[in-house]
Design a protein around this ligand. Structure first.
Ligand code: ZN
Length: 135
């Protein structure tokens, strides 16, 4: 079983403004933008790794006022929102964590890029929101 960093999720108030830094000033390539309706979020992905395209920086802009990201911005301001690890078998990892008593925030579902993912509550991880993703 291998676990690798897939991406770092950063909450921003506006994608265009954030891309001014990450894409224009820093010079990272923009892999793509998409809206993930289930999370009420607009996403921009910027590859920061090798030819496999990961790890990546994931910029998150709320698409609805009552979305999770909007609430995060209200409470904490822009900044690091979650880290995402890529696993071989998401269902197996989720089952393993549930058995061990970890708190999962959702059942595995399809998100950005058509990949399956699940979130683990910060109380189980040492204080950081963790996204598990199968690619
Ligand atoms: Zn993410």
């Amino acid at each position: 079983m291998s676990i690798e960093i897939d991406h770092l999720g950063i909450a921003v108030r506006g994608l265009d403004e954030a891309l001014l830094f990450w894409q224009q000033q820093l010079g990272m390539p923009l892999q793509g933008r998409e809206t993930v309706a289930a999370e009420s979020v607009r996403v921009a992905m910027l590859p920061a790794g090798d030819s496999t395209g990961s790890p990546r920086i994931e910029l998150l802009e709320p698409s609805e006022d009552d979305s999770t990201i909007a609430k995060f911005l209200e409470k904490r301001g822009p900044g690091l929102h979650h880290i995402a690890l890529k696993v071989d078998d998401l269902a197996a990892t989720v089952a393993q964590l549930k058995n061990a008593g970890a708190t999962l925030l959702n059942e595995a579902r399809i998100g950005a890029g058509g990949h399956e993912y699940a979130f683990v509550h910060p109380r189980s991880t040492g204080g950081v929101l963790l996204e598990l993703i199968q690619r």
